[in-house]
Design a protein around this ligand. Structure first.
Ligand code: ADP
Ligand code: MG
Length: 314
C-alpha cells in the first residue's frame, strides 16, 4: 500500500498568554491508501489538533505534509483539500440549522463550483440513500433528525466531493451506544464502496477495535506507539498503551496487563522532562526522567514505540 497522506516531524504550537503550548510535538505518521488509522489518547493529547492538520484546518508550526507523495504547499493544498473531508463529533453543531438537508449535503460541491444545481441535487439524492436515509429527508431541516441521523447527514456531506480520505473526529462519541454500532457499520460499508481511507479519532479503544487496521497512540502531543491493531491489542509495547487498554474492560479483561492509568495528564504548557509519560509510568527508571525516547521499531513484532524499555515483556 502506498502512502496517501503523510506527516513528517509535524508540530503545532499555540500561544497561551506568554507561554507556548505544544499541542502536537514532532509527529511523523502516514496513512496508506484504503487504510483506517485510529488516533487514540486521552482528552487533551492533541488528537483533534492533529486531525485538523490533516484536514487542512490547522497550519502546522513546523514540519511537512504530503498528499500522494507530493509535498503540500500553497499551490498543492487546494487540490488535496477536496480529497480530504472531515466529520466532527457533534452532529448538532456541525450542520447549519437554516439549510435543508439537500443544500447541506451539496454545499461542498457548491463551494467548489464544479457541479451545477441539477448535478448537485442528483448527487445529494444519491448520497442520502447511501447513508441509509429516505429521499424525503432532503427537504427537511437538521432539527428534525436524531443524533445518529444527523451524523449520517454529515457523512453524506463529507462524501459529496468524492474524497479519498475522511478525518472522523470522535464521530460516535455523542451518540447512544446502540446507535454507535450502526454508524460504525455504515462507515465500514462506505469505505468498501468508495475505497476510502479514514483517520478515525477516538478516545474509546473498544470502538476502534471494530474498524481500524492500525492504531497510533498520542500522549501529550507525542506519538508514543504505532502498530497494527491486533498486535497492538495483544501486546502493547508502550506502558501508556498498556494502561489505556487496561482501562477498557471488554478488551483488558481477556488478559490482565496491569493497572489502568493513574494520576492526571500533566499540562502541555509544562511537559515533564525526558519521557513525558514518566510521572505516571510504573516502569520509569532514571533514564526516563532525563532522556526523550524516540519512536523506534519493535524487535518482536510489527510496530513502533517511543519507550526506553519497548522490547521488555510486560
Ligand atoms: P484532544 O482532541 O486529544 O482532546 P486537542 O487537540 O483538542 O486534544 O488539544 C490538545 C491541547 O491543545 C490541549 O491542551 C488543548 O487545550 C490545546 N489547544 C487546542 N486548541 C487550542 C487553541 N486553539 N489554542 C490554545 N490551545 C489549544
Ligand atoms: Mg478532540
Amino acid at each position: 500500500m502506498s502512502d496517501l497522506f503523510s506527516l513528517d516531524n509535524v508540530s503545532v504550537q499555540f500561544k497561551v498568554g506568554r507561554k507556548i503550548l505544544r499541542a502536537v510535538d514532532r509527529v511523523s505518521l502516514a496513512i496508506a491508501e484504503g487504510e483506517t488509522l485510529a488516533l487514540v489518547g486521552e482528552s487533551g493529547s492533541g488528537k483533534s489538533t492533529l486531525g485538523n492538520v490533516v484536514a487542512g484546518l490547522q497550519v502546522p508550526t513546523e514540519g511537512t505534509l504530503a498528499f500522494k507523495g507530493r509535498k503540500l504547499d500553497r499551490a498543492s493544498w487546494p487540490v488535496a483539500r477536496r480529497a480530504i473531508q472531515i466529520v466532527f463529533q457533534d452532529p448538532f453543531g456541525a450542520l447549519d440549522p437554516r439549510m435543508p438537508v439537500s443544500d447541506i449535503i451539496a454545499e461542498p460541491l457548491r463551494i467548489q463550483g464544479t457541479a451545477n444545481a441539477a448535478e448537485r441535487a442528483a448527487r445529494a439524492a444519491e448520497l442520502i440513500e447511501q447513508v441509509g436515509l429516505p429521499v424525503d429527508a432532503l427537504n427537511r431541516y437538521p432539527h428534525e433528525f436524531s443524533g445518529g441521523q444527523r451524523q449520517r447527514i454529515a457523512i453524506a456531506r463529507a462524501l459529496a466531493p468524492r474524497p479519498q480520505l475522511i478525518v472522523a473526529d470522535e464521530p460516535l462519541s455523542a451518540l447512544d451506544v446502540s446507535i454507535q454500532s450502526q454508524v460504525l457499520n455504515l462507515m465500514k460499508d462506505l469505505q468498501a464502496a468508495h475505497s476510502l481511507s479514514y483517520l478515525f479519532i477516538s478516545h474509546d479503544l473498544a470502538v476502534v477495535n471494530h474498524l481500524v487496521d492500525r492504531i497510533a497512540v498520542l500522549y501529550l502531543g507525542r506519538l508514543v506507539e504505532v502498530g497494527p491493531r491486533a498486535e497492538l491489542f495483544a501486546g502493547p509495547a508502550h506502558p501508556y498503551t498498556r494502561a489505556l487498554l487496561a482501562s477498557v474492560p471488554r478488551i483488558g479483561a481477556r488478559r490482565s496487563r496491569g493497572r489502568a492509568i493513574v494520576g492526571e495528564m500533566p499540562s502541555p504548557l509544562a511537559p515533564p522532562p525526558g519521557c513525558v509519560f514518566h510521572p505516571r509510568c510504573p516502569l520509569a527508571q532514571d533514564i526516563c526522567r532525563t532522556e526523550v525516547p524516540m519512536l523506534a521499531p519493535l524487535a518482536a513484532r510489527a510496530g513502533e514505540a517511543a519507550c526506553h524499555f519497548r522490547d521488555q515483556v510486560a
